[in-house]
Design a protein around this ligand. Structure first.
Ligand code: NAP
Length: 480
């Protein structure tokens, strides 16, 4: 059984409580690792170590910080196979996906911010009155980073890399459900020469470790990615303590497909935006609106292609959908299929737990599911399901589909399919989401702002946005 340890002050250590939590392999349903059941005592130790390390790390020359982060990136790349295997076993995702997306993107996150920090500059403002202002952007101190289970190392590194690049020390908590690659990252950080205490990883439950990080008075900024309800709870705790907050929360993303789209390209991409990572990507498009002239054709082709998707052992090369992350999550997703039926939905394909033979016979798999016949404002179309379940619905007019698309409390991402350039710009401008993809999906440029509107979050990650979040701006005004 793989022993996972906390990473505090550069050491791999057991939790103070001495207690451990079972970690499951979702594709077999078996316990395969033990996770420290840490509490506020471990968070206190980690914060103390981070505070001690801060003076040294924040005054380390940019070039030296950059070199260490580049080394971390290179070591992630070097350990691609090991990390991808760990991610697949821990999360249930196809190994191929972990190898081509999760782990390479985690390496890119470190690479991007390692190089970015060398170019992070502050502004100056000249005044005709004979004065000059310049803005100092100094690291905040000790910051907290809390991440979810769907893209474990990818999202963990998306926070940690800019926090460290900006000169902060970090107390981080990965999801208790998928801790393994964060644990392996701690070994990589040691090998890369990251000084002790600069990054501390405390494993355990959200309501213990996450809560303790959020409450700790010396942790003055929290970067969180996860569910909207958890985000609200974190905001309630952190707001009266005047902590800086970045919240990346849930989504219910629409795909708007116009009849003039490039049909083949659209269909191929919509298959991915619906079911990649078993639909467990916050950016997946789960509400698919199709212009009426191509609705029936789309429905037939989409259902046909979906039926052919291989749900199976994540370690097999040709598997397209692996297991969902936990039994509890599987039951939640399936309960939404039942809700959809009660709401008048017609399940066109899927809708059930999938059985996979052999070593995965007890795993938590769901058939990719397409539902039609629902209204845009029913619960199925308003609440986040976060699994391989999508709804399809026809529309006639642009104003109508914009109303449907913008009707949920969420505003993370949307996708628009059209070859009409004017319409693409017009619709992109009207969609109330932080990200709009036109004729593509999940195409990411790390320099661009990333995040959602409405209940999908507060603030933006990515590029300079993250560097600004992880620094405190101070204006200095000099009159001469
Ligand atoms: P979650 O239940 O909100 O958990 C996220 C993280 O918060 C986990 O590490 C969790 O620990 C921790 N946590 C739980 N309760 C806490 C508390 N009271 N205080 C502090 N931390 C706490 O979310 P999830 O189920 O892991 O992830 C799925 C959600 O993330 C979906 O809603 C998805 O849309 C969203 N997401 C958003 C983005 C984005 O960029 N907007 C990206 C990916 C995912 P435990 O694991 O121990 O519960």
């Amino acid at each position: 059984m793989t022993p996972i340890a906390n990473y505090i002050n550069g050491q791999l250590v057991a939790p103070v409580s001495g207690q451990y939590i079972d970690i499951y392999n979702p594709s077999t349903g078996e316990v395969y690792a033990k996770l420290p059941d840490s509490d506020e005592r471990d968070v206190n130790r980690a914060t103390e170590a981070a505070q001690k390390a801060f003076a040294g790390w924040s005054s380390t020359p940019a070039e030296k910080r950059s070199k260490i982060l580049l080394k971390i990136s290179a070591l992630i790349e070097k350990n691609l196979d090991k990390l991808a295997m760990a991610e697949s076993v821990d999360n249930g995702k196809p190994l191929k996906l972990a190898k081509t997306v999760d782990i390479p993107r985690a390496a890119s996150n470190f690479y991007f911010y390692a190089t970015g920090l060398m170019h992070f500059a502050s502004e100056s403002h000249y005044m005709e009155e004979g004065a000059i202002n310049y803005t100092l952007r100094k690291p905040i101190g000790v910051v907290g980073c809390i991440s979810p289970w769907n893209l474990p190392l990818y999202l963990f590194s998306w926070k940690i890399a800019p926090a460290l690049a900006a000169g902060n020390c970090v107390v981080a908590k990965p999801s208790e459900i998928t801790p393994m690659t964060a644990f392996l990252l701690s070994e990589i950080c040691t090998e890369a020469g990251l000084p002790p205490g600069v990054l501390n990883i405390v494993h355990g439950l959200g309501n213990k470790v996450g809560q303790a990080i959020t409450e700790h008075p010396l942790i003055t900024a929290i970067s969180f990615t996860g569910g909207t309800l958890t985000g609200a709870s974190i905001a309630r705790t952190a707001a009266p303590l005047f902590k800086k907050l970045s919240l990346e929360l849930g989504g219910k993303n629409p795909a708007l497909i116009f009849a003039d789209c490039n049909y083949e390209k659209m269909l191929k991409t919509v298959m991915l935006s619906s079911f990649a990572n078993q639909g467990q990507i916050c950016l997946c498009g789960s509400r698919i609106f199709v212009e009426r002239p191509i609705y029936e054709k789309f429905k037939k082709d989409f259902v046909e292609k979906t039926k052919k998707l291989k749900v199976g052992d994540p370690l097999e090369e040709d598997t397209q959908l692996g297991a969902v992350v936990s039994e509890q999550h599987m039951n939640k997703v399936l309960s939404y299929v039942e809700l959809a039926k009660q709401e008048g939905g017609n399940v066109l394909t899927g809708g059930k737990r999938a059985t996979v033979s052999g070593r995965c016979k007890n795993g938590w798999f769901i058939e990719p599911t397409i539902i039609e016949g629902l209204s845009f404002d029913c619960r199925t179309n308003q609440e986040e399901i976060f699994g391989p379940v999508v709804t399809i619905m026809p529309f006639d007019k642009e104003e109508e589909v914009l109303q449907y698309a913008n009707s949920t409390p969420y505003g993370l991402a949307s996708t628009v399919w059209t070859e009409n350039l004017t319409r693409a710009h017009r619709v992109a401008g009207e969609l109330k989401t932080g990200i709009v993809w036109v004729n593509c999906w999940l195409l990411r440029d790390l320099r661009t702002p990333f995040g959602g509107m409405k209940n999908s979050g507060v603030g933006r990650e990515g590029g300079w946005e993250a560097m600004r979040f992880f620094t405190e701006a101070k204006n200095v005004c000099i009159k001469y």
